[in-house]
Design a protein around this ligand. Structure first.
Ligand SMILES: [Fe+2]
Length: 230
């Protein structure tokens, strides 16, 4: 039997999540633990960065979102919140986006060599769009570096189902009804300074190069299968 806390949180340890699982999260939102030990992504991402990023930054988005929606009777699950932002205050967009984006991001990282090996199906999808995995990485890094200030870089399926790369500012995400670029994300990298400053200072390019060592491609492949199935 589930406890109340479990029904509001996301247990990600040891299983492949779906995007639908993230969307079904209900208020009041609860910060789920990282799906792996904070030190397990070293040396690419150090434990202290992961702890502060998750325990402080992500927790703040969750707390702020709960406060902002506490008196709103029409508030439903996280998917509904991020897809019906028109007319809502900017704080809800920032904090609901912060919760969705970070929850998604944690699942996309792993120190497990079985998970960081790209499945053949995804490899061939990436090659058919970007020519090679290396060219995809170059294009992704270039876009992520060009994002001015805080934001996210995304690999997503666009309206025609094609794989594409984009970036968003602050906590915007392509699923939002108010997003500048809309689509179905399958992978993202947080390019806020809080994601890399302790380990890399201002060197975002070095952080981007290192993060490829800890991408959970098995999870990216699962998200891609999920979004292309609908
Ligand atoms: Fe972040």
């Amino acid at each position: 039997m589930q406890t109340t806390t479990e029904s509001h949180s996301l247990e990600v340890t040891g299983k492949t999540l779906t995007m639908a699982d993230i969307g079904k999260l209900q208020p009041p939102f609860v910060l789920a633990p990282l799906p792996y030990p904070a030190a397990s992504l070293e040396p690419a991402l150090d434990a202290k960065t992961m702890e502060i990023h998750h325990d402080k930054h992500h927790q703040t988005y969750v707390d702020n979102l709960n406060k902002l929606i506490a008196d709103k009777k029409d508030t439903k699950d996280l998917q509904t919140i991020i897809t019906t932002l028109t007319g809502k205050e900017k704080g809800i967009k920032n904090n609901a986006g912060g919760h969705w984006n970070h929850t998604f991001f944690w699942t996309l990282l792993s120190g497990d060599k079985e998970k960081t090996k790209m499945p053949d199906r995804l490899k061939s999808e990436i090659e058919s769009t970007f020519e090679s995995v290396e060219k995809f990485k170059e294009a992704f890094e270039k876009a992520a570096l060009a994002q001015f200030g805080s934001g996210w870089a995304w690999l997503y399926r666009d309206g025609s189902g094609k794989l594409a790369i984009t970036t968003t500012g602050n906590q915007e995400n392509p699923l939002m009804d108010v997003a500048t670029v809309k689509g179905r994300p399958i992978f993202t990298v947080d390019v806020w300074e809080h994601a890399y400053y302790l380990g890399y200072q201002n060197k975002r390019a070095d952080y981007l190069k290192a993060i490829w060592n800890v991408v959970n491609w098995v999870q990216v492949d699962a998200y891609d299968k999920e979004v292309t199935a609908h």
